[in-house]
Design a protein around this ligand. Sequence first.
Ligand SMILES: Nc1ncnc2c1ncn2[C@@H]1O[C@H](COP(=O)(O)OP(=O)(O)OP(=O)(O)O)[C@@H](O)[C@H]1O
Length: 437
Amino acid sequence: MIEAYGLTKRYGAKTAVYNLSFQVRPGAVTGFLGPNGSGKSTTMRMILGLDAPTSGQVTVGGHAFRGLPNAPRQVGALLDAKAVHGGRSARNHLLSLAQLSGIPARRVDEVLGVVGLQEVGKKRSKGFSLGMGQRLGIAAALLGDPQVLLFDEPVNGLDPEGILWVRNLMKRLASEGRTVFVSSHLMSEMAQTAEHLIVIGRGQLMADMSVTEFIARNSIGFARVRTPDSEPQQREKLVAALHEAGGRTQPEEDGALRVTGLELPRISDLAHGADVRLWELSPHQASLEEAYMRLTQGSVDYRSTTDMRAGLQQPAAAPAMAGAPAMAGAAAPAVPGAAPQQAAVPGMAAAPPMPPGQQAAPAPAHGAAAYPGGPQDAPQPGVPGGGTLQMRAPRPGTNPYAAGTPAAPTAPPAGPAAPGAAEGMPGGSTNEGEDAR
Ligand SMILES: Nc1ncnc2c1ncn2[C@@H]1O[C@H](COP(=O)(O)OP(=O)(O)OP(=O)(O)O)[C@@H](O)[C@H]1O
């Protein structure tokens, strides 16, 4: 079991992790999700004693990592697959780790076999592909046959067969009663691998629940409605009637409307009342990936801007149709799919506020709102700015198409002061224990 209480890490003015409390239990794969820079690696480094918390604490099996007797036999980790001496063969790399921890040499050949590198064990690792490096890192994590395993982005660079292999390996390790904590950006991958999810944004807890619960809360229903393409006034009449009834609409790429906040029979009645003919009225579920993106989009630190090409673009090709407007780079039409997102969704937490003392990320260029889904994605009224925002179960009997009000924040318990863990490199780990990169 891994337990974090009020874990906070600051690097100078940067707060990488803020007041994070969670438990990772044995017997299940726990996915650790969050956008780039949200603090996943920092949290893992603190679990492994590679970084000291600024405040709060984290324990493995009830002990701070540095207090664990023979830690490499109890905890295995893949943090950075590239942190290997490239001049050494895979086998020699593992042998040196094994010797440091009193692990017999035959275990090295066993783990090389488990990760499928037995044929290339004598090759220097500097010639390894990204995927082979990942497999070598996983072999190192398995070396001590530990009860607790941490994997930071283990499927990075793996081909589909490798991804499936990692997925099955994680599940098997958990089914043996081990604690398996895996970070990823990929909700879709985690939905297939993990039983439990911990989602963070800007270093703060956004969701801590089973995958089943996450799916139940976040596979949001919506209706697709289509009016005759050749009669735009029909569509306008319908949109007005839906909005008046409290529904929200969002254009789909194919000209249909995505409607939330109203049930299908009500949409049908409203269309009938407005004398609007419908070509389509169908129920849909938003994907889990979409739900995750919506949950974390307000806490994404790194956003791309439009490529203006500094005036370097080639003249546009002559339009195929007479009278069609020529494309002008900066004035290009909206990209399909870039339509504003629908309104807040039941079970969704707003983006976490910036940790104290932290600068907000620069506003996206070209006048885009700070919350790309529009103002509805900004922290909602009634949600106090401070504290950690948790996801909320929909009330029983609520309209499945209705957007709910966001949850009140639930602050995790503040942990005791950090016990002042010493700096340094624990055995068997693959990362530097420095506070400044
Ligand atoms: N040693 C350090 N010194 C200064 N800032 C750091 C250090 N380590 C991490 N950070 C900052 O802390 C924040 C969290 O980084 P971290 O690597 O933990 O995020 P992450 O969720 O693992 O990101 P990614 O998904 O991109 O790997 C980032 O803004 C990062 O720049």
